[in-house]
Write a protein that binds this ligand. Structure first.
Ligand code: B12
Ligand code: SF4
Ligand code: SF4
Length: 231
């Protein structure tokens, strides 16, 4: 593989028009990484995703010409697969089974921690970020693009005194344990008139209530798009 920094620069430059950004790198212990196309374990992955609504302009333009299922996954693959091939990497996608541990990779890449919402909280973007894919390599990439590393002791949720995310959900689907998100309670509410006129239009009320990263809140159309996928 050519220089580590140049790989990240090449990825950054190629992805710029899409709004997909590098969300850090993870270097694995020997044999720990996901399998590459040649069947050998990756030494590193470069994690790719959105910061706030960064992907929405490019994706929504593309989506006006698209009628297929799972448009965001299809769009992500159309962008990331050819790039991975060009630079000698293997691509992975968060929605492709068997699910790769994207959230664990993100915790290692940027020092993030889960919020009560189940999604990871970022010190700057708050809950307004996600992962669109990753590219694995046979050689170590290193931490030159490790993103914004937070100190675990100052994790946003640890110092959030009022925790409005815990009290805003109309059906109490959110609790302190991120693993206990009430998926069926949430979905049952979303199909009711109150859910259709509330969360389905304005986005998850609990996520909206988080005071961190408000400036990165997704645009209204993007919120609706993600809620349609969840509901
Ligand atoms: C299945 C799934 C769902 C299901 C079930 C979710 C659930 N809570 O059970 C449904 C469809 C309901 C769902 C909904 C949503 N999801 Co979802 N989902 C996934 C998916 C595809 C797989 C999750 C999984 O089981 N992974 C398998 C294990 C092996 O991966 P993992 O990294 O180890 O993940 C686990 C750990 O993080 C662990 N964990 C939790 N806390 C801790 C703490 C520690 C210390 C450790 C070690 C581990 C740990 O729990 C995770 C899940 O098992 C992931 C993508 C992915 N590949 O991970 C997205 C993903 C987790 N979802 C995501 C999002 C954004 C959402 C929604 C907000 C989408 C929306 N429409 O708005 C909602 C919110 C749901 C919620 N409050 O949890 C994002 C999260 C991004 C982020 N900022 O963290 C992901 C990463 C997808 C993406 N493309 O970015 N989701
Ligand atoms: S409201 Fe507070 S506890 Fe809830 S996700 Fe946001 S920072 Fe974390
Ligand atoms: S989408 Fe609505 S019902 Fe579901 S967890 Fe968020 S606030 Fe609760």
């Amino acid at each position: 593989m050519s220089g580590r920094l140049s790989i990240c620069r090449e990825i950054e430059a190629a992805l710029k028009p899409s709004g997909i950004v590098i969300r850090g790198t993870v270097d694995f212990a020997v044999g720990e990484g996901p399998l590459l196309a040649d069947g050998k374990p990756a030494a590193s992955v470069v994690l790719l995703g959105n910061a706030g609504g960064s992907i929405w302009p490019a994706f929504s333009r593309w989506n006006t010409r698209n009628n297929g299922p799972d448009p965001l996954d299809t769009w992500s693959k159309e962008i990331i697969c050819p790039l991975a091939e060009k630079i000698g990497g293997t691509s992975y996608f968060p929605s492709d089974p068997p699910w790769q541990p994207f959230q664990q990779w993100a915790m290692r890449a940027e020092g993030l921690k889960p919020s009560p919402l189940g999604i990871l909280i970022h010190p700057e973007y708050g809950p307004w970020h996600g992962y669109r894919g990753a590219i694995g390599f046979p050689a170590v990439v290193g931490k030159s693009h490790a993103g914004k590393v937070v100190t675990v002791g100052r994790h946003a949720c640890d110092v959030c005194e009022t925790k409005p995310c815990l009290t805003t959900c109309p059906v109490s689907a959110i609790c302190m344990d991120p693993a206990d998100f009430g998926v069926s309670t949430c979905r049952s509410h979303l199909v009711t008139p109150s859910g259709q006129g509330g969360c389905m239009v304005s986005g998850c009320l609990a996520r909206n209530a988080c005071p961190v990263g408000q400036g990165y809140r997704y645009p209204k159309e993007q919120l609706k798009f993600h809620m349609r996928a969840l509901g």
